[in-house]
Each structure stands twice: as C-alpha cells, then as structure tokens.
Write a protein that binds this ligand. Structure first.
Ligand code: DP6
Length: 327
C-alpha cells in the first residue's frame, strides 16, 4: 500500500463550431456525429485529485460545494483500472466562470479531472488516450484536452476506441477572439445530456441532423485549413441555428434562449451589416458567443455589453490544451 497521490490540472472550456448532438451509444457515451470546437483561454477549470488509502468513497467539492460523484467515479474507475490501484479520491474543482450554464463546464471539468488523476497516478498517457477517457465523462471534454482548434471523431467501432479528439490547429496558428455574452448565469434546468436524449427521441429532424453532419464537418475543416474567417463564422452560425431548430422541434420543445439571447444575436447581425466581421454560436444554454478576429473584439464586447439583459461579457482568445499545474 502506498501513500496518498495528488496532482492538479487546468483545462479550458471549449465552444463547438460544429456541434456534437446525439449519441450512437449512451452507455459508452459515443457521439452520433463528429464535432469541431475552439478552446477558450479565459474560461477554465482547476481540479486537484488526491487518491488516498484512507478514503472509503470518492468525494467531490465543486466550487466549494459537495457535488454528485456518479459521473466522476465512472471516469475515475477507468483510470484506477489503468493504474492498478483502487484508492478512492478527494476531488476539488473550481470553475472561473458560471457552472452548468451553457459555457461548457463539463468539458473543462472532465478534461481537468482526467489529466489530474492520470498525473496523480503518474500514468503516462498520450493525448488520444486522455481524450478517450475524458469523452467517457462528457463528450465535449474530449476536445478540451487540446488547445486551439480541435475535432472530435465520431468513430465507428462498437467499443468506442476510435471516438476521440485531435488537434486541427494550435491557438497561435490562427488567432481568433470569442466574446461571451452572459445573459443568465444560473445553472440551466435541462442539461445537454438530457436535451440530447429528448432530441433524438422526439425531433422529426434528428435523422437529417445526423445525415448532414459530415457535410458541415468537411466544410469547417476546409474553412480552418484555409484560414477563411467568413466561411468559418457563416457555417458556425448555421450549424448552431440548426441545432437549436432541432431542439425547438422536440416534444416538449426545448427553448434555451431568453430575450437577451435573441437581442445579442440581433446585435451581432447588425454589426455584421455594418461591415464588422462577427458571427455567433450558442450551445445548450442562453449565453451567446461572438466569434470575431482579434482586432474586432473590443467593438464587439462594447456592443454586447450594451444589449439589454446582457449581465456581463467575457472576451477571450483561444487557449491551450489541458495541462498539469502542480504534480
Ligand atoms: C450543445 O458534452 O455536455 O454543448 O457527452 O452527454 O456530457 P455529454 O454532453 P456534453 O454536450 C455538449 C453539447 C453542446 C455542443 C458541443 O459542445 O458540441
């Protein structure tokens, strides 16, 4: 029996340009479609994991409050098996942005958890393996292992060994700014996982969504490879609205927007009609993320801060992949 083992990691949240929506296997958490995202520098989770022989159960403190450990224990079990050690863990996790509010805290949270837990056990895994583990906590977390622009592969294998993310470009290869307009910073009532399940079960458009995914993914890969901002923005906005149209067609309908969400979308479209290069995307929540070249960021942030109902704006550039901050 060895002494306790501890490490901490930071992972940044990410925003999908081409959305992950739907699962081909719920138990293994395998996505029905691939996805492409950008990792955000200024929104992140710091997580410390301590495995100790004296602990009888996993414990989680999320932003200083005890939280449910079911999903966390599932991922830790996979890592304990790899490490050949069954110690339970005490996990402390802090988000520097609102939790569970459509800002991808599960993405940064599970990526930080996996990187910290593997470091605590001194398990040397490559990014593909880390991404595969993170995906089993939350699909979008597979992408937060990487910085800059990342793509999640849907994979085709039944056991999911080919469902992981990889890097398309580093953050500095093509600088991009994202301005997050927070319109409601409380946790949402229907989380992404529940929303996805409801969509697959009840939206008449769901089969079309899955069918069209590869077309959007290929066009986005091309836009990123060509550093074509307008192609990227136009497609990101389309793909986002398509996902929300899908959720609106659920029974019962899933409406994540509030009046300020719509006002922020309109403000971004108005800026664009004045010649400013800016597009939006929105995940499963009411926050609006404006995508623009770095030189337009200050104007976009000022405009969004003045939209009625916008509580605050968080301007960010693209950031790095998940990494150990203290072993
Ligand atoms: C709308 O990764 O939170 O943000 O795998 O069930 O944990 P689970 O889902 P999650 O879903 C994110 C959905 C999304 C789009 C995206 O990030 O691609």
């Amino acid at each position: 029996m060895c002494a306790s083992m501890s490490a901490a990691a930071r992972a940044h949240s990410n925003i999908a340009l081409i959305k992950y929506g739907g699962k081909r296997d719920a138990k293994l958490n395998l996505p029905a479609v691939g996805s492409i995202s950008v990792t955000l520098n200024d929104l992140y989770t710091d997580t410390r994991v301590t495995f100790a022989p004296a602990l009888t159960a996993d414990r989680l403190l999320l932003d200083d409050h005890p939280a449910d450990t079911r999903r966390l224990s599932h991922v830790l079990d996979l890592i304990r098996t790899r490490a050949g050690c069954d110690y339970r863990a005490a996990v402390e996790s802090h988000n520097n942005f609102p939790t569970g509010a459509g800002l991808a805290s599960s993405a940064s949270g599970f990526a930080a958890l996996v990187v910290a837990a593997c470091a605590a056990f001194d398990l040397q895994l490559d990014n593909r393996e880390l991404s595969t583990l993170a995906r089993q906590g939350s699909g979008s977390a597979a992408r937060s292992v990487f910085g800059g622009y990342a793509e999640m592969q849907r994979g085709t294998a039944d056991d999911g060994h080919d469902a992981y993310a990889g890097s398309l470009l580093n953050a500095n290869d093509w600088p991009l700014a994202v301005v997050v307009a927070v319109t409601h910073d409380k946790a949402k009532t229907v989380d992404s996982r529940a929303g996805m399940g409801a969509t697959a079960a009840s939206s008449p458009f769901y089969p079309l969504w899955v069918e069209q995914a590869e077309t959007d993914l290929q066009a986005m890969r091309e836009a990123i490879a060509a550093r074509d901002f307008h192609a990227l923005g136009d497609l990101a906005e389309h793909n986002c609205l398509k996902m929300h149209a899908l959720m609106l067609s659920n029974r019962p309908a899933l409406v994540y927007w509030n009046p300020a969400t719509v006002a922020a979308m309109q403000a971004i479209r108005a800026l664009r009609s004045q010649g400013i290069a800016v597009y939006f995307t929105i995940d499963a929540g009411p926050q609006v993320k404006a995508l623009c070249p770095p030189e337009a960021s200050a104007t976009v942030a000022r405009t969004l801060a003045n939209v009625p109902g916008v509580e605050r704006v968080i301007p960010t550039r693209l950031g790095p992949g998940a990494h150990v901050i203290d072993a």
